[in-house]
Design a protein around this ligand. Structure first.
Ligand code: C2E
Ligand code: MG
Ligand code: MG
Ligand code: MG
Length: 280
C-alpha cells in the first residue's frame, strides 16, 4: 500500500500536484530516477532587510517526473535517506547548484549558494574534497558556499559530521543551522559546530504576530544568534506583517514567499536583474 505524506504548501504552479496528500515515490522509481536525470534544483532568494538586495540563494531539490510534473522533497527524501541513496542525491544537487552559480557569475551575478545536507551525507571524509574540488572546477570559491544542516538527527552521529563540517568551515564555507528551534538539540549543536548562520524556522515567524510563545522563541533565537555573532535568516516570511515584525526585531536576512518562491536557475537570474542585483 503506498504511503501518503502531507503536502503543506508546495505550490501547484511548481508541482502540478494538489494540496492535501501526496504519494511517496517508490524505491524503484527513486533508484531509476537518480540514474536518469530526474533530479532538478530550484533556487530561492535570500534578501537583506530592509533594502531587499539579493544576499544569496538556497538550492532546493525537486523531482522531475517523466510526465514533467515537479515533486517536492517531502515525497522522496525519506526514501532516498532510508535506502542509502543520499550520497548520490547530494552529489547531483551540489553539482547542479555550483553549475548554476558559475553560470550566474558569467552573467554578472556573484552570490552565495546554500545547499542542504542530510546528516547521512556527512559521514564520508571524501565529501570535503568532493565539494571543494567540484566547486573549484566550476570557478566557485568555497566562501561562496553555505552548507545548511537541520538539527534534528545530527546528535546521533557524534564525531564524523562535526569533523567534516569543521573542515569545510576551515576551507571557507559557511555553515547554517537550519530550522532552528524545531529540534531538541539546538543548543548543544550551537556549542559544538562552528556555525556561521542561524535559520529561524518558519513556524516561529508565522506564529509571531499573533502567538506570544512563538514571539518569545523568535526574539530569544535572535538574541542568541546576535550574542554568538551568527547571521540570522528568517525563513518562510509570507506577509507584509511578518516582514515588518522581522524588520523591527533586527533580523538581517529574509527568505520567503513574500519576496520570492523557489525558481529555476534562469528565472533566478531574471529575478535578480529585475531586482537590480545584476550590475554587468
Ligand atoms: P528547508 O531547508 O528548511 O527549506 C525551506 C523550505 O521552505 C523549502 O521547502 C521552501 O520551498 C519552503 N519555503 C520557503 N519560503 C516559504 C514560505 O514563505 N512559506 C512556506 N510555506 N514555505 C516556504 P521545500 O523545497 O519543499 O524543501 C523542504 C525541505 O526539504 C527543506 O527544508 C530541506 O530540509 C529539504 N531539502 C530540500 N532540498 C534538499 C536537498 O537538496 N538535500 C537535502 N538533504 N534536503 C533538502
Ligand atoms: Mg535549508
Ligand atoms: Mg529551513
Ligand atoms: Mg525545513
Amino acid at each position: 500500500e503506498p504511503l501518503k505524506v502531507l503536502l503543506d504548501r508546495f505550490d501547484a504552479q511548481q508541482s502540478g500536484s494538489r494540496r492535501g496528500s501526496i504519494t511517496l515515490l517508490t524505491l524503484d522509481t527513486v533508484r531509476n530516477g537518480l540514474q536518469n536525470g530526474c533530479i532538478d534544483v530550484f533556487f530561492q532568494p535570500k534578501v537583506t532587510v530592509p533594502d531587499r538586495r539579493l544576499a544569496g540563494v538556497e538550492a532546493l531539490v525537486r523531482w522531475r517526473a517523466e510526465d514533467g510534473r515537479l515533486i517536492p522533497p517531502i515525497a522522496f527524501l525519506p526514501v532516498v535517506e532510508e535506502n542509502g541513496l543520499i550520497d548520490e542525491l547530494t552529489a547531483q544537487v551540489f553539482q547542479i547548484a555550483v553549475s548554476a552559480a558559475a553560470g550566474w557569475v558569467k552573467d554578472g551575478l556573484n552570490i552565495k549558494v546554500a545547499v542542504n545536507f542530510s546528516v547521512e551525507s556527512l559521514n564520508r571524509f571524501d565529501l570535503v574534497d568532493f565539494l571543494i574540488d567540484t566547486a573549484r572546477e566550476k570557478g566557485i570559491d568555497p566562501d561562496k558556499l553555505i552548507l545548511e544542516v537541520t538539527e534534528s538527527r545530527i546528535m546521533e552521529e557524534v564525531t564524523t559530521p562535526l569533523e567534516i563540517l569543521t573542515r569545510l568551515r576551515i576551507k571557507g564555507a559557511g555553515l547554517a543551522i537550519d530550522d532552528f528551534g524545531t529540534g531538541a538539540s539546538s543548543m548543544q549543536q550551537l556549542k559544538r559546530i562552528p556555525f556561521t548562520e542561524l535559520k529561524i524556522d518558519r513556524a516561529f515567524v508565522a506564529g509571531a504576530p499573533t502567538d506570544d510563545e512563538a514571539r518569545a522563541m523568535l526574539e530569544s533565537s535572535i538574541a542568541l544568534a546576535k550574542k554568538l555573532d551568527l547571521s540570522i535568516v528568517a525563513e518562510g516570511v509570507e506577509t507584509q506583517e511578518e516582514w515588518d515584525l522581522i524588520e523591527s526585531l533586527g533580523v538581517e536576512i529574509v527568505q520567503g514567499y513574500f519576496i520570492a518562491k523557489p525558481m529555476p536557475a534562469d528565472e533566478l537570474l531574471a529575478w535578480a536583474r529585475a531586482n537590480g542585483d545584476v550590475t554587468a
